[in-house]
Design a protein around this ligand. Structure first.
Ligand code: PRP
Length: 216
C-alpha cells in the first residue's frame, strides 16, 4: 500500500484540522510537538504522511500531486486558483472576505469611482471588482496588517478577512461590502482521487459523517 500524503496549512488551522482528523481515527502525535523542526510526519499503521506548509503553498502541492490531500482555507483556494477538487467544508476557521474601510468610503463604492484597494488577496479583489461589480479599481498588494492602508492613506478601501471584526473596530473601520464566506476546506489532487479513490473517499465520508453528527 502506498503512502497517502496530506498537506496542512501551518498554524492554528493545522492543529484544529488534526483534532478533527483524530476524531475519525487519523492521528499523528509527532505533528503536535511544537518544538520539533521536522517537516514530514508519518503514521506507519495507516500509511499516511503529513507535512506542514505555508497556507498559500498548499494548493500548489496538491495540484502537482506532491500532496494527495490538502487542508486549507477557502481564501487561499480562491486566491491561488489551482486545479484540484474541493471536496469538503470543514466548518473550521469561519470568517468573511469583505471590502472594508472608513464609513466615508461607502459613497466611493456606490458611485463606482476609481479607487485604490489594498489587499493580501489581489486575485479575489480583482475578480470581485472587475467581474462582479464591473468597477475599475487599482489593486495594491500588501502582505499583512492590511487595515493600516486606509488609515495612512495608501488606499481608500481594503479587501480582507474579517473574523471577530475587532481589528476593524479598533481602527475605526467598517465592513462596506461582503464578498464571500470563508472556512477551511479539504482539497484533493485530481489524479489521486482516481488512483486512491477507496481510501480517500473513506476519509471524506468519515469526516462528513462526523461533521454532520456534530452540527446537529
Ligand atoms: C487577519 C485579517 C485581519 C484580522 C481579522 O489578519 O487580515 O487583519 O485577521 O480578524 P478579526 O476580525 O478577528 O479582528 P492576520 O491575523 O492573519 O494577520 P495579517 O493580515 O496581519 O497577516
Amino acid at each position: 500500500m502506498r503512502y497517502i500524503t496530506i498537506a496542512l496549512a501551518k498554524g492554528r488551522l493545522a492543529m484544529k484540522t488534526m483534532e478533527l482528523l483524530e476524531m475519525v481515527g487519523i492521528s499523528c502525535d509527532e505533528i503536535k510537538d511544537k518544538s520539533s523542526r521536522k517537516l514530514i510526519f508519518v503514521n506507519e499503521e495507516l500509511k499516511l504522511k503529513f507535512f506542514l506548509a505555508k497556507a498559500s503553498d498548499v494548493p500548489t502541492y496538491v495540484e502537482y500531486g506532491a500532496a494527495d490531500i490538502g487542508f486549507v482555507g477557502k481564501d487561499t483556494i480562491l486566491e491561488e486558483g489551482r486545479k484540484m477538487y474541493e471536496v469538503l467544508d470543514l466548518g473550521l476557521g469561519k470568517c468573511r472576505m469583505c471590502v472594508a474601510g472608513p464609513e466615508s468610503a461607502r459613497k466611493l463604492l456606490q458611485h463606482g469611482e476609481l479607487i485604490r484597494v489594498a489587499t493580501k488577496f489581489p486575485n479575489i479583489a480583482k475578480d470581485y471588482f472587475y467581474n462582479k461589480k464591473h468597477q475599475t479599481v487599482e489593486i495594491i498588494k500588501l502582505n499583512g496588517s492590511i487595515e493600516l492602508a486606509p488609515i495612512v492613506g495608501l488606499s481608500e478601501v481594503i479587501v480582507d478577512i474579517v473574523e471577530t471584526g475587532s481589528t476593524l473596530k479598533e481602527n475605526g473601520l467598517v465592513i462596506l461590502e461582503d464578498i464571500c464566506n470563508i472556512s477551511a476546506r479539504m482539497v484533493v489532487n485530481e489524479v489521486s482521487m482516481k488512483m486512491e479513490h477507496e481510501r480517500i473517499s473513506k476519509i471524506i465520508k468519515d469526516l462528513q459523517k462526523h461533521l454532520n453528527t456534530n452540527n446537529k
